[in-house]
Design a protein around this ligand. Sequence first.
Ligand SMILES: *Cc1c(COP(=O)(O)O)cnc(C)c1O
Length: 390
Amino acid sequence: MAKPYDWIGHALQVVHQANWHRSPVTISSRADTVVKIDDRDTLMFASNNYLGLAGDPRLIEAAIAATQTYGTGATGSRLVSGHLDLHQELETAIASLKQTEAALVFSSGYLANLGAIASVVGARDLVLQDAYNHSCLKNGAILSGAQVITYSHANISSLARELEQHRDRYRRCLITTDTVFSMDGDLCPLGEIMDLADRYDCMVLVDEAHATGVFGDRGAGVTNALGINRPLIQVGTLSKALGSLGGYVAGSAELIDFLRNRAASWIYTTGLSPADTAAALAAVKIIQTEPQRRQQLWQNLTALKQALSAVQIEPFSTDSQIVALKVGDTTQTLNVAAYLRQNDIFAPAIRPPTVPTARIRLTLMATHTIEQIEALVNCLTKCQSELALS
Ligand SMILES: *Cc1c(COP(=O)(O)O)cnc(C)c1O
């Protein structure tokens, strides 16, 4: 490559030397608990398809029918030529699920967070964020130009301390947090955060990416599970339990109308494809009418917890369907992930710099069988004795 690009090769070498290099694993079959990787049937414990809906015939049918009716692309941004009645239907369905006045669908959850955060705060404002927040919340805060302060993970006294010290020097304040944290699978202390927000006159933005479809009697997320109905900016994704692609913001009619006029990541991008929109709409209906999928998921979590404690493997948290396991240092964790792969089980090692300490990160699905969960724990146990881990 020409000289101005030489640095890329050098930068890649640094990534390799630090042992941080990553590349995607290729899957060549439909989303399910068993998928084809390198032509081998592999037990999947890393998918966000928590309710098994990404391979559900009803979503597939809805996507096909919408493609036949509307074509493959939305053909424009929503404010120009890309707003379909199907988008309206999906936004109404999300608002009804979330019990908010309105909702707005973005092309991804990442873009929903960037757009929402950068719209509601600016240079004279303060963002207080959890240290373990998802990348898009952190980048949204940077994009907004607001002062950003990070409080200790899920630590309410750390948040209170920062508010006490800094709140009065800023115009608006936005507290941002995942409700289910993506790497440890633990929950934020949402009730206490809401109380502090009231006391210090703050807005709160929650990211329900891993909670939508999974938590609450309607599947509306942690806000639903905790019965929180105070004003709130609720963000989520259509790409995890809902099995499609896209993101949403749910909240007051004024907030949504404001975002339609201000959120650059919504205004200047093409509307969600008809297929994705229709699949998500089908999923939003299914999560409300089939609570048994959530019950199945929680039964699987109970089975996994019991099997792990019987063999003394310690999870970081068992609050959610994301279960991260401590299995040693970075090298040991990589060895365990490789051993699992050799035995046709996919449960990757997540390591620094993504997380402070290495772990095997498991995600459960409602459609996993007890036998599949037992196969996983048996393999972990064998691996522990063979690799002589503590
Ligand atoms: C996956 C994820 C997102 C991004 O959602 P996409 O729709 O995949 O862009 C946002 N926040 C959290 C916490 C996530 O885990």
